[in-house]
Ligand binder design. Sequence first.
Ligand code: S3P
Length: 672
Amino acid sequence: MRVTGTPLTVSGTIRAPGDKSISHRALIFAAMASGATRIRGILPSADVRATAGALRAMGARIPALSDDFVVHGQGVQSLHSPEATLDCANSGTTARLLAGLVAGLAGRSARFEGDASLSRRPMRRVADPLSAMGAHVTFMGAAGHDGLPMQVDGAALHGIRYVNAQASAQVKSALLLAGLTSGVAVTIDEPLRSRDHSERMLLARGVALAITSEGVTLPAGQVVQPADVIVPSDPSSAAFFVALAALADAGQLRLENVCLNPTRTGAFDVLQRMGAVLHVEDECDVGGERIGTLVVHPSTLRGTHISGAEIPRCIDELPMIACLAACAEGETRIADAQELRVKESDRIRGVVENLRALGAEIEELPDGMRIVGSRTPLAGHVVTHGDHRLAMAFGVLGALPGNQITIDDPGCVAVSYPTFWRDLSQSVGPVAPSMASAPASVAPSITGSSPLVIAIDGPAASGKSSTAQWVAKLLDVRHVDSGAFYRAITFLAVESGEVPESWTAASVLAHSGRVAWRLTERSVLPLVDGQDQDEALRGAAVTRHVSRVAAMAPVRAWVNEQVRSAGAAVDVVVDGRDIGTAVFPTAQLKVFLVADSWERARRRLLQRLGRRPTEAEIATETEALVARDAQDATQSAPAHDAVTIDTTTVTQEEQVERIVALARATRQRLGR
Ligand code: S3P
């Protein structure tokens, strides 16, 4: 148990989102089969959306990702070459698995690209064996760069026997997919076992795999049958909360529906060896995977050694384990983990540099690290390099009272765990008073308390957005403009060249993997392909089509999720429809602005025309507003606990002052 700062109490039950590996595979196998596959509980993250988008581009009929949907597969031979480059965003699984799929489809080609992080990751590990099977794989980047962009030209392949030296499940799965699409035999020897979701899912789909202690053999001529999937929670996501509960001082956390596949549970074994008190309840089998509820208690943690066959079983959790080790008693040594250097970032370097910057004692090793635990509070700024697992691992450390940790890019969690910050703030229990005076900073200070959310709602032209911006400035917190997210996704839909009349929620959301957000000093800024596109987002084409996109319920759900994840990471003022009801029902302060429709019309025209409008102009605008109010009526009822402010007869300055006063009172009430 840590002894720094105010005690940390954890409580509640968390259902971490769906397993990322299984989610990718569920989509791929559904697209390959002939017939209907029902998928429940898929992880709706940016990585999985990248796979969905790529499969759609090859002709697969994959609807918008939701908690329960059906893919009507047309058989693997129905997949065609995509017209455009496949954008794999940040997702190595998308690029490597789909490279295998395309490689075995004679006459079909695809070009793969990704973001800066994915473009740095090694692709020769799939290119070499796929080429040895007869596919043509060409690296399209600078000379000597064996990563994305990469072109795969499919062919009628021949079989292969391959030693999976890096214990990579992505390589293994790519070769199995190539063997399946070309109908040839593939044997993969695994000196160290990598995760086996592909094998389990293929067996459940009628594929006659032979699995031995040496590896796996796919016989020639196998066909993937459709089979429904219920995706269990991702153990790699649950691990952050197992660590949090183990580091806490009181309470317990329950993590339900966690995938307990033995190739994935290395982190739980390591944590138990370190002294974590955890047990499993309600174990059962679902779709060929063992699942259960993990119950974790505060624990006294000590250092350990992790190496060899255990590494692939906890590879994605090593950043979290290293952070935990910095708070444990004694030394922890991680060896044989050189694979960490080619993940979304060099995770050995990233963990070592960040932990050292926070004040921990840590040494970088070529294939791992050595950490000496301590009870000294950790303080400083974490640079995530856009790596989701670093953001979450340090987010857990930041939630411990006594630590003062800021994180540069909390939004990067969207690739695997979009609701991470919300779950974190909900699980750390009541506000810890010692955190009340955490210094304001450009980056978020992840503290033991839920961030302050001020939700401003009201009918059209009630001045929500300008008021919210002004309030945020005076309170020195960030403003979230949900409209900017609608604009970002609309911009990408416009850019795709598809005619707006044919847009569907699925076709629009296929681009969502390219939208992320970043904190600036004043706002939560949506990024498109990692860039601030503010000017383009305000362009005429976006303005013309944004309301079409905003009317799509799945798009609204996606925007709400973005806004929520920002509001779970930092204090925010946020305005928009349903903000206090659907998006932030637990916002600590909700304001509902109302004004007489004539007055709203007058203000809107004043702003639009830049002069005093005539009575006739106001009358016409009022009519339009009243009609719009009627349309919006169901959406824009105030939350039952909202403070309604009638702004008809007050200036904007006065209404801003009222809200700021309410916010200060709220802060005081919460002890901040
Ligand atoms: C994955 C395999 C692992 C893992 C990654 C997901 C998969 O990578 O780190 O997050 O779904 O197959 P490698 O196969 O590169 O080890």
